[in-house]
Ligand binder design. Structure first.
Ligand SMILES: Nc1ncnc2c1ncn2[C@@H]1O[C@H](COP(=O)(O)OP(=O)(O)OP(=O)(O)O)[C@@H](O)[C@H]1O
Ligand SMILES: O=P(O)(O)OC[C@H]1O[C@H](OP(=O)(O)OP(=O)(O)O)[C@H](O)[C@@H]1O
Ligand SMILES: [Mg+2]
Length: 281
């Protein structure tokens, strides 16, 4: 039985549900469900706060979990990344009033508000900067206006929240983060986790690639293959028309229109792009 932790609140919740659903797992029907049993996949999903997920996984009570890498690092729990999931992408930055500071070194003796005290503490120690870390639960950007802190260290994605309170990032990024599948450090991957990883990789590839089909004159096949090399090599089949072949290959979704133009330019006919629903690579 696979025991998997999934965020029950916050920005990762919906994307985590979607990727698991696309990977064929049962997900919860309403936000009040805290445990979902999926007998078809021999799996139990536990809906937990993203911040707590690394702690549970690190204790070995659950086989794997989905959480942000910044939260994993912040927790200090003995858990590690199995694979990145491509959503919840953000950067962890210092911010303050414009012109107040220009690098982490300027923060010596200052008060820094954050909800990531573990991550920030480790970074300050690495940089050899002694500052006062003010641990808050959220909405840390307001701490400067309210006179509780001189700077903040927080998650930044679009920068809109900072702009709205008149703050600016400064210094180097402290960390880069995204959602990831995690497991206990050193734990052997169970059959359930291996299957989950394979399915999630399949979903990520299906999202990033499209299938291209086209017909081309046999004498132009080498040019065509250089445009659509496929994964292992394209499938080339005879066409019921003298001197022509049919080609099928996966190509990256990004840029597939340019590839279709290039194929058309070398004389390909009936060039089709179709979405991939699921795959195993
Ligand atoms: N605006 C955002 N864009 C991208 N990723 C984000 C954003 N806000 C948070 N994250 C990431 O999502 C993960 C979970 O953060 P989230 O904000 O959902 O949890 P939380 O702050 O504990 O909960 P809440 O905000 O509901 O109190 C973290 O890894 C964080 O880096
Ligand atoms: O750069 P942006 O696109 O504005 O996104 C970053 C904001 O998103 C998160 O806030 P959240 O809504 O999770 O609230 P929180 O600070 O209370 O966690 C994060 O803490 C930032 O405040
Ligand atoms: Mg948040």
């Amino acid at each position: 039985m696979l025991r998997l932790a999934v965020p029950n609140k916050g920005i990762l919740t919906e994307a985590a549900q979607t990727i698991l659903k696309e990977a064929g797992y049962r997900v919860r029907k309403d936000s009040k469900e805290l445990v979902v049993i999926d007998p078809d996949n021999s799996c139990e999903l536990f809906f937990l706060r993203p911040r707590d997920i690394a702690v549970y996984v690190g204790e070995g009570t659950l086989d794997a979990g989905i959480t942000g890498l910044d939260m994993l690092f912040d927790s200090g729990a003995p858990a590690e990344e199995i694979m990145p999931l491509g959503f919840g992408v953000s950067t962890f930055h210092f911010a303050a009033r414009p012109g107040a500071f220009s690098s982490v070194k300027d923060l010596a003796g200052m008060r820094i508000a954050t909800s990531y005290a573990g991550l920030l503490g480790k970074y300050l120690a690495e940089m050899g900067v002694e500052a006062r870390v003010m641990k808050l639960d959220g909405a840390v950007e307001t701490a400067i206006r309210l006179g509780v802190a001189d700077a903040v260290a927080d998650v930044v994605e679009t920068g809109t929240t900072l702009r709205n309170v008149g703050l600016e990032v400064f210094g180097e990024p402290i960390a880069h983060s995204q959602a990831a599948l995690i497991k206990q450090v050193g734990a052997e991957e169970t059959v359930g986790v291996t299957q989950l990883v394979r399915r999630l990789q399949g979903v990520l590839v299906a999202r990033d690639y499209v299938m291209i089909d086209y017909d081309i004159r046999a004498e132009r096949i080498d040019e065509a293959i250089s445009i659509t090399p496929g994964m292992e090599g394209p499938t080339v089949s005879p066409l019921h028309r003298e001197g022509w072949v049919a080609v099928r290959a996966m190509v990256p979704r990004k840029g597939h229109q340019q590839i279709m133009d290039q194929l058309y330019d070398i004389g390909a006919k009936a060039v089709l792009a179709t979405a991939i629903f699921a795959c195993r690579i």
